[in-house]
Design a protein around this ligand. Structure first.
Ligand SMILES: Cc1cc2nc3c(=O)[nH]c(=O)nc-3n(C[C@H](O)[C@H](O)[C@H](O)COP(=O)(O)OP(=O)(O)OC[C@H]3O[C@@H](n4cnc5c(N)ncnc54)[C@H](O)[C@@H]3O)c2cc1C
Length: 277
């Protein structure tokens, strides 16, 4: 069975009545099924225009589930969301960015998903909708592990919600791969810093991806950044102890030690980049 409904309620009804695999841009879905016939029943959500686009209101940005990485690159977003645009430009090549959705990146829940650290550092929440209504939860709670999320079989991730920051907030994203473009991350880092009126840091969020089963925030570093001035000297704040809770693995892309060292260097660089922005 292949269902392609044209309104959200019909999609949610279909999910309620039958076990279906959700298909959005297909850029994770199809590569996971190479060389075998598609046996699952599919819910193709690409004909639900209400799920595409970015809306601003009620103190937050709402990114619809069909919003692609190219939509993020093209959108007139405020300067403090620059990190999200930087991540968008790093997801595959332009063809992938044109088809692939931000929501699909989160639902696929790969440890190397570039969207996760940057959205963690923006304090994103996800909205999960089912026939009976919708629930919200922080992205940090949504992803349970590699390829495991809190999305139930009768639910769709419908929106990603990012709380507004003040105009002085800044964010940045850095990715390390074995080559410059079209590469699976060895490590990636994202930071969002928000200053109060006197120019000192009032809110800090720093996240590291691909160095544990799920991308992690660095709460000890975030606490150490509070009250500091926004300057390139911030690069001296991160210490190995701030990243001690990460659990990098060794794989074909790098050893655990390499990942640890790289993550610390990248955290320093991303803070410098935010400060110089
Ligand atoms: C050549 C290539 C390069 C890539 N490069 C990168 C890269 O550099 N960085 C990176 O992070 N990723 C990369 N990817 C992976 C992929 O492009 C991204 O993860 C993308 O954002 C997935 O979105 P999609 O819309 O294609 O998801 P799909 O493939 O359609 O779906 C992915 C998973 O999420 C589920 N799903 C999708 N949407 C929803 C929803 N709204 N509600 C509930 N479940 C849903 C699907 O059931 C499926 O399990 C690459 C892929 C390819 C093929």
């Amino acid at each position: 069975m292949y269902v392609r409904p044209t309104d959200l309620q019909a999609a949610l009804r279909a999910l309620r009545t039958h076990p279906l695999c959700v298909l959005a841009g297909g850029t994770d879905f199809y590569p996971q099924r190479v060389g075998r016939a598609l046996r699952e029943d599919v819910l193709d959500i690409t004909a639900l225009p209400e799920l595409r686009g970015i809306a601003r209101g009620d103190g937050e940005f709402a990114i619809g589930a069909l919003t692609t990485w190219s939509d993020i690159v093209a959108a007139p977003l405020p300067q403090w969301m620059r990190g999200l645009k930087q991540a968008a430009r790093e997801v595959g090549g332009v063809q992938i960015q044109n088809a692939a959705t931000v929501a699909g990146n989160l639902c696929n829940a790969s440890p190397a998903a570039d969207g996760v650290p940057v959205l963690l550092a923006l304090d994103a929440q996800v909205e999960l909708s089912a026939l009976g209504g919708a629930r919200r939860m922080p992205l940090q709670e949504f992803i349970l592990g590699s390829r495991r999320t809190q999305c139930r079989a009768d639910e769709l991730l419908t929106r990603i919600l990012i709380p507004e920051r003040n105009d002085a907030a800044r964010s940045a994203f850095l990715k390390l791969g074995a080559r410059r473009y079209l590469v699976i991350s060895i490590a990636m880092v994202a930071a969002t810093l928000e200053c109060d009126g006197d120019g000192s840091i009032a809110r800090a969020a720093v996240a590291v991806g691909a160095c544990s089963e799920v991308a992690q925030r660095l709460p000890k570093l975030e606490a150490a950044l509070l009250g500091q001035r926004l300057s390139p000297a911030l690069a001296q704040v991160p210490m190995p102890a701030h990243l001690a809770h990460l659990k990098p693995v060794a794989d074909v892309r790098g050893t655990a030690q390499y990942r640890s060292d790289a993550a610390l260097t990248m955290v320093r660089r991303v803070l410098e980049q935010v400060a110089l922005d």
